[in-house]
Each structure stands twice: as C-alpha cells, then as structure tokens.
Design a protein around this ligand. Sequence first.
Ligand code: NDP
Length: 393
Amino acid sequence: MELPRRISIFGATGSIGQNTIDLLARDPDDFEVVALTGASNVAQLAQDASRVGAQLAVTADETLLAELRDALSGTGITVAAGEGALLEAADRPADWIMSAIVGAAGLAPGFRALRHGTTLALANKESLVTAGPLLLQEARDRAAQILPVDSEHSAVFQALVGEDIAAVERIVITASGGGLRDWPLEALASATPEDAGAHPNWDMGQRITIDSASMFNKAMELIETKEFFGVAPSQIEAIVHPQSIVHALVGFRDGALMAHLGAPDMRHAIGYALHYPDRRHLPVSRIDLAQLATLEFIAPCETRYPALTLARQVMETGGYTGTCFNAAKEIALDGFLARRIGFMQMCGVVEATRDAISSKISLSNAPGSLEDILAADQMARDTTWAQIEQHFT
Ligand code: NDP
C-alpha cells in the first residue's frame, strides 16, 4: 500500500468521525487529510482541520460559514458550506472516504465518492437501508470498494475473509439491548429521551443510542446485512448479548459458527476498514476471557422490540420500503426527542406511515435513481409528521 494515503472524513465532528481522527492522528505520516466535514460543531471542525492539516473544511450549515472562516483564518485551509460544498468535497481526489454523517444526509456524498472509484468506509447505515441496491450497483459500476464500519458488519466481513458466501447458512448479529433492556415492558411507554439516551456499553451519538434502546438500530442492521452480504432474510438473526463482546457470528453449512469478539470500541471496526486488507496495531483494549467469564445470549422479544418485526417486512418487500422505513424512523425519533410522542409509539408511527404511503406509491417497486429515493424520502418524512399530528398527539 502506497503512503501517504489521501483521506476525507464526512461527519468528522461526530462520534465515528472523532474516533477516525484519533486513529489518523496516531500515524500522521501515513495519511494526507483532504477534507473534513461537519454541521453545527464548527469549533471542533476547525480545531481538527488544523490539527490534521486538512486541505478543506466544510460545514453543512451555510449560516455557519463566516464562523468557520474566522476560526480557520490564517491557516491556509479552504472553507466552504452547504450541501453543494459537501458534494464538491466528495469530488476531491481521495483514496479512502469515511461516510459518517448521521441520517439520510449522508447518502449523496457517499454516492458521489463512489462515482470517482473512491473506497467508501461506510458507517452511515442509512445509505444501505434507504438505497442499498443502487449504492452497491454504483460501487460495482465504478469498481469502487465499500468497507463496512458498523461493528456487526465489520465482524461478519472479517469472518467471511477467504470464505465462499454460498457456504453461509446464517448470519447472527448481536444487540446489547440498549439503555432500557432491564426495564419492565409496561414501564417503557414512559421512558424519556434521557432514559433511552444512556447506553450501558457503547459511547455513541445520541440518535443511535436511542435507536439501540428501541432496537431501530438493530432493525437497520438486519436490513444492512441483507443488502451488503446478499443473503436471504430468513438467514439473518438478531440476538441480545448484554456484554457487547461478540459482535456477530457466521454459521456455515458444515455447522461451524465463527464468532468475532472484541471490546466495544468503534476504533476496531474503523481501524480495520482504514488499514484493510492489512491488520495494524490498534489502541483497543484486549479481552481477558477469564475476567469476562460469562457471555449471555437471549432471544429478543418482538413485543418489546417491534422494530425487528418491521425490519423483516422491509427485507421481504424491498423496493422503497427501506427508504420509507428509515425516513419514518428518523422523524419518529425527532417526535420522541421533542416529547411529542412516547418511546413505544415510535414503531406505531413508522407502521402508520408505511400504510399511508402504500396508498400513494407501490412500495415494492425498485427505485431507479438516487433522485427517486430522495423524493420518496421526502414524501415519507412529510407523511410521518402528518401521521404524528393526526393520530399520535
Ligand atoms: P453523531 O451524531 O455523533 O455525528 C454525526 C455527524 O454528522 C456529525 O459530524 C454532524 O455534524 C454531522 N451532521 C449532522 N447532520 C448533518 C447534515 N444534515 N449534513 C451533514 N452533516 C451532518 O453520529 P455518529 O458518529 O454516532 O454516527 C454517524 C453514522 O454512523 C450514523 O449513520 C450512525 O448510525 C453510524 N454508526 C455509528 C456508530 C457509533 O458508534 N457512533 C456505530 C455504527 C454506525 P455536527 O456534529 O458538527 O453537527
């Protein structure tokens, strides 16, 4: 592998972005940072852009351009703002791009990077859920590689090295159960964003932490698994594993079950994608098996986690259902964060949105372009807000 490699990080100011910068900063001679992007946290963006010597810093929020320019004046770093600037950042030649913007906003920059044949380290799970077949086709057409960064998918990817996907019988991804795992079922309706926003094992952004408690996060990962590895929905399972040490298991037709174990630290999956196909030393803690002693696995109760049932319907139907599922789930989470709906109402909102949209478009039709997907995404968002207003508040 030739060094230094040219790297850009989309969503640099977030949890995944910061962990990526942590790894880059440990080997400064190996990497040349092309672009860093953020949105609201301009101070962090400016600080990191200076620290790693980025060529370009972009905020998605145009109203913050002047603030970013002031913060980086005299550094020689180019600054820009807005959605168009994000796409231009993705046009800048790079060898490896981290896609770690949260939400559907991460979709277009990822597509743009693939168009140039750039390797895409994919943390933004919304990309595969909303546009999986198109994204993978774009990568094939441009001979670009997508490397999974979600810890479960990185674990499966690693377990599959040297294996034939046709020999895979099943893929099992684990779930911590989130911050409300031990709450009685009847108490969940009164859970607040603060209750759901505390994770027992992983240190992540607020939205994904709440999605862990509701298992919308695991629902997304089931769909991602189907899209990325191309296996049938019936071959994919989720299991609650409170210790978050086993990230995923791959079962083969000879009965072997290969597990990937690691400390709950995203720098492992990020580092694997960063150095792929090499394995380099990573600053993650090593597992002491004797200290661990017990690893528990519990079948998830779908009454408690109805998002898993919705994910199965998405995987079976395909087409626009992933786009609508993701958009509705993002708006339902906004509604929960704004205290307009309760924790257990989020699934009902997503379901009601799906039913309302199915009278407007044929959900099983395959989207033909990114524009089709973005239009369906917008329609689903508007429909979700209307459902919340009319039926849930
Ligand atoms: P964070 O919320 O911590 O960070 C999100 C990043 O996206 C920030 O840089 C934020 O900028 C930026 N951003 C927010 N809105 C926009 C927008 N409209 N346009 C452009 N940029 C925007 O998220 P995480 O790092 O936790 O997660 C990032 C992605 O990775 C998500 O898709 C998540 O599901 C996935 N993921 C995360 C994991 C984790 O451990 N955190 C694990 C596996 C996957 P700013 O902060 O400046 O506003």
